[in-house]
Design a protein around this ligand. Sequence first.
Ligand code: ADE
Length: 419
Amino acid sequence: MDFDVKDLSLAEKGRLRIEWAGKEMPVLKLIKERFLKEKPLKGMRLAACLHVTSETANLMDTLAGGGAEVMICASNPLSTQDDVAASLVTHFNIPTFAIKGEDNETYYNHLNRVLDLKPHMTMDDGADMVSAIHKTRQELLEGIIGGTEETTTGVIRLKAMAKEGVLKYPIIAVNDAMTKHFFDNRYGTGQSTLDGILRATNILIAGKNFVVCGYGWCGKGLAMRAKGMGARVIVTEINPLCALEATMDGFDVMPILDAASVGHIFVTVTGDINVIDAEHFGVMMDGAIVANSGHFNAELNINALEVMAASKRQIREFMEEYTLSNGGRRIYLLGEGRLVNLAAAEGHPAAVMDMSFANQALSAEYMIKECKNLQKNVYTIPEHMDMEIARLKLDSMGIKIDTLTQEQERYLVSWQEGT
Ligand code: ADE
């Protein structure tokens, strides 16, 4: 089997970690049990470009259980769990191409080696695989029936492709499922971003001015959790609705240039570039900590920081100190500006990835059934599948809810009754 991982001797540690994550993924487990019986993905070659974590390993196992031939590469150079990658090769027989800390050339080499297996379906997190196929591997297009996309940034890129008329196969935007972004983006990013900051710095959050750039689902989760730990949270936004929401949720809202001079900790979760730029680094306090939890490190203008710095040194794992030539102030960059929750910690906890990856598995099955009826566009999974995932998750948590009586159902579809 072809693969490229850091060290196969880490496999046993990875296997235990995958098993532990699996215990928190009951919905995916139910899907796996059905897939093992029904084999709905039989004969499919599926190429995945995802964060190679213990949760993703459980997804790969589910897809393979459904009959697919799967192969995987990393969707970020710093997010791979090397022991999990080793176990995927050793225990799950899944060709894996991922090494934590790989450079950009290796990253794309890995992506292309997965593509060499001529997939029928792609599964992306950030759309690098779809983008590479459309730019440099167009010979693969005729064999591909469709793909899925995990994250907000990827969905934005794919919708831009569809709008320009250049997208060549249908995509299911897993991110747009309610059982994905309401939970993974909010509670997953909220908790795991703080986990990454804490592991990288071991600082006290209480009493700090914590600046959250972007108040989308990820920003909402992060602001909520930082507040819970005693930080004074400041939100920066460009969208008036989100800014209003942040204000009424009790946070200070101000432009990033104002926040830059008062913040102790900064985290970008916007999906856009140069959100923290030279002019902002230029007014930060000595000791400011800067991190990104959006998909790409482009949210921080790291090149500008490099230019502004007289020197740079590594202080702790995943933390670099930049000393600015002008005034000698020090700025601490976490995880090279890559998503701090996966670079310095372990990403979202398994219990929330359970729903995200249930969506991925069901979307792969749906794509096989429905690809003939789909255009070269970006689709959301049908609402009944989304609701079923929510129902299964509640069941697994032992939580019961009510059902409408016939009288209530009738009332909801009628219009005659009023005041
Ligand atoms: N994205 C965020 N957290 C993740 C995780 N634990 N596994 C895979 N993808 C993720």
